[in-house]
Design a protein around this ligand. Structure first.
Ligand code: UGA
Length: 432
């Protein structure tokens, strides 16, 4: 049985490598020739703990191969997963260009019956449209079916999430195809939910929107804590102990970022507009998040007035720890505003400095470690809770900075410890 994965982005690559690890023969296709060459040589183009070792192991045992030849990738496949990106259009809707291209290629080259499994996050109704499109392309003697199989992996823990998934959602209007895809997942031994296609498509958007809602909700409560003198950590803990609420995704901070929540909440909002349905909570979630992303900067402005000429260190660039991804990262917006203010900016991130350098070039100083970033700084902004930052010795802020003023967007330090280290420490939803 041959499995092909179209698209070796984060989701496609993790899926391909994990299916090979589970014992299948897997071919991964991408149009990016350089990426395919690197992957064929066992070099992983993304920062994902454990992925490179697993990639090498499965290249060596011959279960995994890479190609940029779409004919080769399509013609003998029994199951083709499509995991290409669906980025944001200017109006917030999902851009399905890459998906359409992949379907065209597959349709053109298929030489036997196959099940096409759409992993890409797509608006409700897309799978059905793709099915109809394929009927018009593939020869009459070939039977092709389309199954929706949305992905719930998190960046930075993709392998763990694949082997320990809370659920695998399989949406099929054709029972036989749905059952066949469910069988593919048997070696993973995880709970499987089979639904119709449209429900599967919506489960993905609704799940991301709900998690984003939890974050925006707790951020609003944190802001209320600042007005009322309560402590967000105690409040979140007290709420999370109720199993109906759950303790996860209640960490207040400076807003969610990344390639998923911002894009998917906007795409869902666009979908509701198309159906002329006013999804009020969703609009608020998006609005609260964009306001929250400005918060650290506004707090610094309040304390210092103008930041022009100030020496400023930004600790953490990635949208969360254990990834090098800076897409929609709160740090990017913060830095853009600091550049506007003509602050003198140094930054530190254990993995994402290269990506930030592509974006900001020589306008920033890229430090090798926290010490080098904060040396001589007037202000430190903490944006990502990397262990290198959360476990940093607080005394060193006083030692190395001019005046130790810290704006912490991730509540990394204990308030009493910050006070005894002599810091002016402003965090989220806790007393200054
Ligand atoms: C998210 C979902 O968690 C995955 O289930 C989903 O598959 C993925 O999107 C996707 O659609 O592909 P990811 O974007 O990798 O995964 O990152 P998360 O770990 O969910 O974090 C997203 C953002 O929320 C980060 O900026 C993080 O700092 C923020 N966050 C998370 C908070 O501010 N507070 C929290 O309590 C949790």
């Amino acid at each position: 049985m041959e499995i092909t994965i179209f698209g070796t982005g984060y989701v496609g690559l993790v899926t391909g490598v994990c299916f090979a690890e589970a014992g299948y023969n897997v071919t991964c296709f991408d149009i990016d020739e350089r990426k395919i060459t690197a992957l064929s040589q066992g070099r992983c183009p993304i920062y994902e703990p454990g992925l490179e070792e697993m990639l090498k192991r499965n290249l060596e045992n011959g279960r995994l191969q890479f190609t940029y030849d779409s004919r080769l990738a399509s013609k003998n496949a029994d199951y083709i997963f499509i995991a290409v990106g669906t980025p944001e259009n200017e109006d917030g809707s999902a851009n399905l260009e890459f998906l359409e291209d992949a379907v065209d290629q597959i349709g053109k080259y298929l030489s036997r019956d196959a099940v096409i499994i759409i992993k890409s996050t797509v608006p409700v109704g897309t799978n059905q449209r793709i099915y109809q499109k394929l009927q018009g392309i593939v020869p009459d003697n070939i039977q092709v079916k389309v199954v929706s199989n949305p992905e719930f992996l998190r960046e930075g823990s993709g392998i763990l999430d694949t082997f320990h998934a809370d659920r695998i959602v399989i949406g099929a209007d054709d029972n036989e195809a749905g059952r066949a895809v469910a069988d593919l997942y048997k070696p993973f031994g995880r709970p499987i939910l089979q639904t119709d296609v449209r429900s599967a498509e919506l489960i993905k958007y609704a799940s991301n929107a709900f998690l984003a809602t939890k974050i925006s909700f707790i951020n609003e409560v944190a802001n209320l804590c600042e007005h009322t003198g309560a402590n967000i950590e105690d409040v979140a803990k007290g709420m999370g102990m109720d199993v109906r609420i759950g303790s996860q995704f209640l960490r207040a901070g400076i807003g969610y970022g990344g390639s998923c929540f911002p894009k998917d909440t906007k795409a869902l909002e666009k979908l509701t507009e198309d159906y002329e349905y006013d999804f009020k909570i969703l609009r608020s979630v998006i609005e609260v998040n964009s306001r929250q992303k400005q918060q650290l900067f506004e707090k610094a402005r309040e304390l210092f007035g103008n930041l022009q000429g100030k020496r400023v260190a930004v600790l953490g660039l990635a949208f969360k720890p254990h990834t090098d991804d800076i897409r929609e990262a709160p740090a990017v917006e913060l830095i853009a505003r600091l550049i506007e203010e003509q602050a003198d900016i140094s930054v530190y991130d254990p993995a994402a400095s290269g990506n930030a350098a592509d974006l900001f070039g020589s306008r920033l100083y890229y430090a090798e470690n926290v010490d080098a970033a904060i040396k001589g700084a007037d202000i430190v902004f903490i944006v990502t809770e990397w262990p290198q930052i959360t476990q940093y010795d607080l005394e060193r802020f006083s030692l190395l900075m001019r005046e130790p003023v810290i704006f912490d967007g991730r509540n990394c330090y204990d308030l009493a410890n910050a006070e005894s280290a002599g810091l002016t420490y402003v965090s989220v939803g806790r007393k200054a």
